[in-house]
Unconditional design. Structure first.
Length: 256
């Protein structure tokens, strides 16, 4: 599993979450999405202001995850299979730096192929060294419904987390000449499927041709070598959960 992840840049774990957790989160996120958007028609065109942040294009919306204890699940944040692997790669003092959800709306377009994490070193330095080095950040994505080409499964280009000789704009979008001869794959999966990926892996969100919003939650873990000062805020009642995590929680603030 370790070698596969380091070679390919990602790992797929089926049945990563129980049906109970998946159904509970999806029901809550459906309600949150409908309550947070400015429109009342769930078939509204994407040129209307939905009032939500989005990634690259409207339709790829960023939705806040629930912060109360009823919807915080230890297995989702500290997965029993994935987290030991993440800790082995990133180090014992790995910490959580992002907890969010991608809500892919009906009729969304393709995102550009992009990288989520800018390379921390100058490409000339990496060329001399001959490597981008080990991962600094790892993302855990969970599908909350069966997900395939019809409802916007994630598209990735394997092994591109090792690339450094390319140009990307300030938003991370990569020039097409660098991937036009590379083969991409769609990571289809049942509800509860976990995708563990190196944050440097080239990928994109894809069109949602179904009649329902597609949810994919996201937890980002970061190596202690990389200091990110932002704090993650949760409800006060969740402090017991963070006290029982097997990673430093200095940036977790149960204050809401």
């Amino acid at each position: 599993m370790l070698r596969q992840f380091l070679e390919e840049g990602y790992l797929v774990i089926e049945n990563g979450l129980s049906h109970e957790i998946v159904n509970s989160l999806k029901t809550e996120l459906d309600q949150r999405f409908e309550s947070q958007i400015k429109v009342t028609n769930m078939k509204a065109p994407l040129n209307i202001d939905f009032g939500l942040p989005f990634n690259y294009f409207p339709g790829h919306f960023q939705l806040r995850m629930p912060t109360n204890e009823d919807y915080l699940f230890k297995d989702l944040i500290q997965h029993p299979i994935a987290f030991p692997l993440i800790k082995q790669i990133l180090g014992k003092s790995v910490y959580l730096t992002s907890y969010t959800c991608n809500a892919n709306y009906i009729g969304s377009p393709n995102q550009p192929i992009h990288i989520d994490s800018a390379l921390p070193y100058d490409p000339e330095v990496l060329d001399i060294v001959g490597s981008v080095g080990p991962p600094m950040q790892i993302i855990c994505n969970y599908y909350l419904q069966d997900t395939d080409e019809n409802n916007a499964s994630l598209e990735v280009i394997p092994k591109t987390h090792k690339e450094y000789a390319f140009n990307a704009n300030e938003n991370g979008a990569i020039e097409s000449k660098y991937f036009e001869n590379k083969d991409s794959i769609r990571l289809n999966g049942k509800a509860g499927t976990l995708i563990v990926r190196d944050k440097r892996l080239w990928h994109r969100g894809t069109p949602n041709r179904s009649n329902f919003v597609r949810y994919m939650t996201s937890c980002t873990f970061t190596s202690p070598i990389m200091y990110l000062p932002q704090r993650l805020k949760f409800d006060k009642e969740t402090d017991w959960l963070w006290d029982n995590m097997n990673f430093p929680t200095w940036n977790i603030d149960p204050c809401l």
